[in-house]
Design a protein around this ligand. Structure first.
Ligand code: HEM
Length: 379
């Protein structure tokens, strides 16, 4: 495999926010070139890696089907069924997490070919496999072809794998400004995120946590909160902020995917792309699917798939990883953004990394607590 030169006249170095530092001076430039060549070799060393995330995403519905096949016997006390159900649900969570690891590995090299760039972007999308399964599940249900969902997904992810496999790994990317991020865009994205969290999301997730104390409490708090977030002044602003976050976030991720990045960058991009699929899917489920199509209340019973519940229903089980990862992604993504702001204002890199580790821990705790509440645990 030939070692390809990056098209940038001034190759970018892995930096604190990788790809955002250019190097001045002849010696530094030569060192940067050597480093870029090493990174290019590194990226090319794993041509098969880009195929794994879409193939994993194509298989994603399978462990959920296995879970459903064993969960009733597990509830009746079968030890082997309990082991199989636990293992298969764990695999469903592992598939997007392994896609995240693939993103982290793929971001390590400088994207010097279109093939490498395709692999990164498809891997990022594959992290959102649980959300894609819900989107396609809802649309195929509405279209009256509910059973087609896993086949439609299999065809989609297989074509993504073919798209990656056919990527040109010999042709360097044309020099372009496509990887440049205008300074106002991350600032506007961050400000919109802060407004969205304060106006709606913190209350919304807090309300879901109350499910642990009883669905009646959740219901009554939701009715109170609705006076605010469903009011004609607030709801369009919340939905507008959500739409702006999705569009600006996808623009940022699209551009940032051309750059080299570390694990925290992979975490931030993966969580962001997950939310960009999950948020429109969730709003569509609430505003259109529940309220207009099914003509039911978009309340606790709708969220937990009553009367069958999340665990015992072959369709609803897909909501467990989907909701859990949405909550974990939104908290983790917010902490990754906070880290960037703090480091830009002089906070040390180590403190920034510790903050993201703490934020990710918090995300896992909150997501787990909400899901246990939604699955019936009461404190
Ligand atoms: C366990 C996780 C979640 C569950 C079970 C859940 C459930 C719900 C339910 C039942 C509603 C309807 C509320 C109503 O009718 O008043 C709703 C609305 C909404 N949710 Fe969530 N949600 C979750 C997480 C999230 C996350 C992480 C986000 C954002 C990233 C989000 C954004 C929204 C938005 C924007 C609305 C529409 C509010 C409106 O204008 O009516 N949700 N959610």
């Amino acid at each position: 495999m030939p070692v390809l030169q990056p098209p940038d006249p001034q190759p970018r170095l892995p930096a604190r926010f990788a790809g955002e530092t250019t190097v001045a001076g002849g010696t530094a430039r030569a060192r940067a070139k050597d480093q870029s060549q090493a990174l290019a070799q590194d990226a090319d060393a794993t041509p098969w890696l880009g195929l794994l995330p879409p193939l994993g995403a194509a298989l994603y519905p399978l462990p959920l089907a296995v879970f459903h096949a064993h969960v009733e016997a597990a509830r009746a006390g079968g030890i082997l069924d309990t082991a199989i159900a636990t293992a298969s649900l764990s695999v469903a969570f592992l598939i997007p997490l392994l896609a995240l690891l693939a993103v982290a590995r793929l971001l390590r090299g400088t994207p010097v070919t279109t093939g490498q760039l395709r692999a990164r972007r498809v891997a990022l999308l594959a992290v959102s496999a649980p959300a894609c399964f819900v989107v396609v599940g809802v649309f195929s249900y509405v279209a009256g072809v509910s059973d087609w969902d896993r086949w439609l997904l299999a065809v989609f992810w297989a074509s993504m794998a073919v798209y990656v496999a056919r990527g040109d790994r010999a042709r360097p990317l044309a020099p372009t400004a496509a990887g440049t991020i205008p300074g106002w865009l991350p600032r506007a994205h961050g400000a919109a995120a802060l407004a969205f969290i304060l106006m709606f999301l913190a209350w919304h997730l807090g309300n879901h946590l109350l499910g642990l104390l009883g669905d009646e409490l959740h219901r009554s708090v939701m009715h109170t909160l609705r006076h605010v977030y469903r009011s004609p002044w607030v709801e369009p602003v919340v939905l507008g902020l959500g739409a702006f976050l999705v569009v600006s976030g996808l623009t940022l991720a699209w551009r940032a995917s051309r750059r080299q990045g570390d694990f925290l960058r992979a975490l931030q991009l993966s969580a962001g792309v997950y939310l960009a699929v999950a948020l429109p899917s969730h709003v569509n489920s609430v505003l259109y699917f529940a309220r207009s199509f099914l003509r039911i209340e978009s309340d606790w019973d709708f969220a937990v798939g009553a009367p069958t519940g999340l665990i015992g229903d072959p369709w609803n089980i897909r909501l467990v990883p989907y909701y859990a990862l949405a909550v974990a992604a939104v908290i983790t993504h917010a902490f990754c953004g906070l880290r960037m702001v703090l480091v830009a204002h002089g906070v040390s890199d180590t403190t920034g990394r510790r903050l993201v580790a703490a934020g990710t821990g918090l995300a896992v705790v909150v997501a787990t607590a909400i899901m246990f509440g939604m699955c019936g645990l009461r404190l």
